[in-house]
Design a protein around this ligand. Structure first.
Ligand SMILES: Nc1ncnc2c1ncn2[C@@H]1O[C@H](COP(=O)(O)OP(=O)(O)OP(=O)(O)O)[C@@H](O)[C@H]1O
Ligand SMILES: [Mg+2]
Length: 272
């Protein structure tokens, strides 16, 4: 226990709009082998509604693989998944999206030559009914209004919605990727290294966004090597060690050195 945890930061099990579920997303006892590499042996993570859970682990511990199994991008060899309190078996990322699970990938997957609005709707463009009921006209007015609303909801300020993504700073792009995930996700948002490319101020903004998203009743799962910052923002922590969950704990009960010791398997594998 350290003084950095003031107790109030973790109070937010958010209240006003109670979601209709307890477990936002959970993967239990997940195993996955790639050829001879046992990427996951027995990995378990659970994120409740309104919670930020940090997933820590050394390089190669299996964090990204775990996230991809939650998203239906990788089919695991064993294990079970729950989304919004229901057992699920996703075959694709589309299946995950249909249950309200969205991701912010490390490479962001934004299209640099498209505007903010177009990126917010990439793959989900709103079609308006044109004359004679023809489908196929992009409803730009509606798209712009919804993108603007989503960004305002999260207090994200961008120079303009019409500007190409390439004109935004790293932090603005990251915030936009989070906003897009929140606009389409209504159960859980999974983030892989969201602050890796960011400076201190921008990292702080993205961490604040994690809390904002959780306060709307979604579950937030964040993979990060930014231990001090993410430990502060998280409610709970799960640590993977060589593909296996080594620890699940309230964040307030852990210090950074304790997290590091568990990440490297201290006391588990003295010979390594
Ligand atoms: N598609 C793949 N084919 C073969 N091996 C893979 C594949 N994806 C991951 N691996 C292996 O699985 C293990 C876990 O990788 P993973 O990317 O999940 O780790 P990580 O915890 O995200 O690491 P990092 O912190 O470096 O991002 C590694 O040994 C990696 O080389
Ligand atoms: Mg990774």
């Amino acid at each position: 226990m350290t003084s950095q945890h003031d107790g109030t930061r973790h109070a937010g099990k958010v209240p006003q709009e109670k979601p209709g579920f307890d477990i936002a997303i959970s993967g239990r006892h997940i195993a996955k082998k790639f050829g001879h590499v046992q990427a996951l042996t027995d990995a378990s993570v659970t994120v409740h509604a309104g919670e930020v859970v940090a997933l820590f682990g050394d390089n190669g511990a299996g964090k990204s693989t775990f996230l991809k199994t939650l998203l239906g991008m990788i089919k695991p060899d064993a294990g079970e998944f729950i989304v919004a309190d229901q057992e699920v078996s996703f075959q694709s990322i589309r299946d995950a999206q249909e249950r309200g699970v969205e991701a912010v990938h490390q490479d962001l997957a934004l299209a640099p030559d498209l505007s903010v609005v177009d990126n917010m709707f990439l793959g989900n463009e709103l079609l308006s009914r044109g004359l004679l009921g023809r489908l196929g006209v992009l409803d730009r007015k509606e798209m712009t209004e919804r993108a603007d609303q989503a960004l305002r909801d999260l207090s994200i300020k961008l120079p303009s919605l019409k500007v190409d993504i390439s004109a935004l700073s790293g932090g603005q792009k990251q915030a936009l990727a989070v906003a897009r995930a929140v606009m389409w996700g209504h159960t859980a948002v999974l983030m892989d290294e969201p602050t890796a490319a960011l400076g201190a101020r921008q990292s702080a903004i993205v961490c604040d966004l994690m809390r904002t998203v959780a306060e709307r009743g979604l579950g937030v799962l964040v993979v990060s090597h930014d231990l001090p910052r993410v430990l502060k923002v998280a409610d709970r922590v799960t640590i993977l060690w060589r593909g296996t969950t080594a620890l699940e704990s309230p964040a307030a009960d852990l210090t950074v050195p304790e997290v590091v010791a568990t990440m490297v398997g201290y006391g588990k594998d003295a010979a390594a």
